[in-house]
Design a protein around this ligand. Structure first.
Ligand SMILES: [Cu+2]
Length: 242
């Protein structure tokens, strides 16, 4: 066997060996307590809690995908109700209902307004500012959603059981953060903790989040005024007829 062939075989043998893992999965679970929300009280729905890992001493590669995340407008709801993205990413809002919808945010985060748009069409918004964006529809006061715009690609949103998995986390030191729309800022601050990620899969201790003190407040429309009574398809919102 020539040296060239030996080198080739050696390279192939090395490539076939299992390579050391460079990233791992961080998982855990959340339980919501002291809630007034019937979905939590009766159905133990612990979904919609955002968790993320911010590197302490190492930088994060900018990996925001070029394709947008999706928040549907369907049955007069934003689906999912809570969405997390990395800063610099975008979200599209396809309207799957047979009626006009809008999506806007006018406080506490990135301000935007996509206008009213017709059934079967979509609008896309880029999010260049880190923060919690509360999203509403200007003609349906019952519609609301949350977009968490995060400074890291390492995040997850809990499922109905409260479980979460943050995939592909490189080893290192991180600050673990939590956002839940029905928890006070003080409650969320107390949940911040340091996490050391190594190459083995990491299971975090279970988290309990109290909704004590949360009082839902009605929001205003995009003009900062109370929502007028309106019937879908009726004139009264000039933009709807454009
Ligand atoms: Cu709407």
């Amino acid at each position: 066997m020539t040296w060239v062939l030996r080198i080739c075989f050696s390279a192939l043998a090395f490539a076939a060996l299992p390579q050391p893992a460079t990233a791992t999965t961080v998982q855990g679970s959340v339980k919501l307590v002291e809630s007034r929300d019937p979905m939590v009280r009766k159905h133990r729905d612990f979904s919609g809690v955002v968790v993320w890992l911010e590197p302490v001493a190492h930088s994060v590669p900018r990996t925001a995908p070029s394709h947008p995340a999706v928040m549907l407008q369907k049955n007069k709801m934003f689906i999912p109700h809570v969405l997390a993205i990395e800063v610099g990413g975008s979200v599209s809002f396809p309207n799957l209902d047979p009626i006009f919808h809008n999506a806007f945010s006018n406080f506490n985060g990135q301000i935007f307004d996509v206008g009213l748009y017709k059934p079967g069409s979509s609008r896309t918004v880029s999010f260049e500012r880190i923060g919690i964006v509360r999203v509403f529809c200007n003609i349906h006061p019952q519609m609301s959603a949350v977009i968490a715009v995060l400074p890291t690609p390492y995040f997850a949103v809990t499922d109905k059981s409260g479980a979460f998995e943050i995939a592909n986390v490189p080893p290192g030191e991180y600050q673990f953060h939590v956002f839940h729309e029905r928890a006070s800022p003080e409650t969320l601050d107390q949940l911040v903790r340091k996490v050391t990620v190594e190459t083995a899969r990491l299971e975090l201790p279970p988290l309990t989040i109290s909704e004590s003190g949360y009082l839902p407040a009605p929001h205003m429309n995009k003009y900062g005024k109370a929502y007028p009574a309106v019937i879908d398809g009726q004139p009264g919102y000039g933009e709807a007829n454009k």
